[in-house]
Design a binder for this molecule. Structure first.
Ligand code: CP
Length: 300
């Protein structure tokens, strides 16, 4: 049984195996899918809003020939009656062969894993981690920079780096690869937490032309309104960085602009047709990555 709880759990060898399996899954998808998970059930327990993560997990299971059961709205869950997560997981683990969970609470995926008789896949736990997103981000990077690990790359994370769980998980994965320089670009109040910083990283508060011109990968993020305790703190930073064609045109022709989505106003719609814009391709990569993760976790 293989839980996927944190980006910390992967070795470089694990990452290479998952990326290779995802590429195989992409070939399988082009041929119409597979039946390797026939008879298996994925439960999706999403106690926080989601479009991409839940639906791509569910698509992945269908494309593998399996089925899904879903609790997509906490309002209709017995958790609203006071049931504790441990009990929910014990019960759902008796119905399904694997569980993907999203929760607003840090550590809930790990807690679920303690009680689950089946593999747990962390689909995001509060502001802490989003490891399956990080894997699809890494897959997107590898598809665009095939020499990842043997070429020099500058990666700039921009936006809400304090609460952006996808950033926290992706940084951990990138640390396995040689030749990567990291810039953290954020207002002071939402800069990257200290535990993610290494001595050679650069922290700045402004998105200047050096960052735009020298980055190979810009990973932008939404300012996560729902995580702020004080609305005014959110309002102070909500429009800190807005990618327009004028800014994106300063990036190298070979550079890519990523974003885990959803975006609000931090990338204007006019950017979508520029060659650097890779965020929709990135979101599509969620299906082969999650097919690979379901298959690996189930030992298929
Ligand atoms: N990237 C991501 O986690 O999107 P959703 O919140 O829509 O699942």
């Amino acid at each position: 049984m293989k839980h996927i709880l944190s980006a910390d759990q992967f070795s470089k060898q694990d990452l290479e195996k998952i990326l290779t399996r995802a590429a195989d899954m992409e070939n399988i998808l082009q041929k119409g899918g597979s039946k390797i998970a026939e008879g298996k059930i994925l439960a999706t327990l999403f106690y926080e809003a989601s479009t991409r993560t839940r639906l791509s997990f569910e698509t992945a299971m269908y494309r593998l020939g399996g089925n899904i059961i879903s609790e997509a709205d906490v309002q209709f869950s017995s958790q609203t009656k006071g049931e504790v997560l441990a009990d929910t997981i014990r019960i759902v683990g008796g119905y399904a062969d694997i569980i993907a969970i999203r929760s607003p609470n840090i550590g809930d995926a790990k807690l679920a894993a303690q009680y689950s008789p089946v593999p747990i896949l962390n689909g995001g736990d509060g502001p802490a981690e989003h490891p399956t997103q990080a894997l699809l981000d890494l897959y997107t990077i590898k598809k665009n920079f095939s020499k990842l690990g043997t070429q020099k790359l500058t990666v700039s994370f921009v936006g809400d780096l304090k609460y952006g769980r996808t950033v926290h998980s992706l940084i951990k994965l990138l640390r396995h690869f040689e030749g990567i320089s990291i810039n953290f670009v954020a207002p002071e109040s939402i800069q990257i937490p200290e535990k993610y910083i290494q001595p050679n990283d650069t922290l700045i508060n402004t998105l200047n032309s050096d960052i735009l011109k020298n980055s190979d990968i810009i990973y932008d993020t939404r300012i996560q309104r729902e995580r702020f305790e004080d609305l005014q703190d959110f309002l102070n930073v909500k429009d800190a960085f807005i990618f327009t064609p004028q800014l994106v045109n300063q990036m190298k022709a070979s550079a890519i602009l990523m974003h885990p989505l959803p975006r609000i106003n931090e990338i204007t719609l006019e950017v979508d047709t520029l060659p650097q814009a890779k965020y929709f391709e990135q979101a599509q990569n969620g299906v082969p990555i999650r097919m690979a993760l379901i298959a690996e976790s189930l030992g298929l």
